[in-house]
Design a protein. Structure first.
Length: 55
């Protein structure tokens, strides 16, 4: 029996960090009837669209 392609993928988590030394976490906001994903630093509370914008 063959294993499906989706079952073979591994989940890789990446750790992003801000310039201030805090950890960047992704948050989902529900605003104006739309879901919006944002990245926020835990330490300085800086908000960007995606984690790579913190560089």
């Amino acid at each position: 029996m063959a294993v499906s392609k989706n079952a073979r993928t591994t989940v890789a988590t990446q750790k992003f960090s801000c310039n201030c030394g805090g950890e960047v976490v992704m948050k989902t906001m529900f605003e104006n009837g739309k879901m919006k994903n944002i990245a926020e630093c835990n330490k300085c509370k800086r908000v960007e669209r995606r984690p790579s914008d913190f560089k």
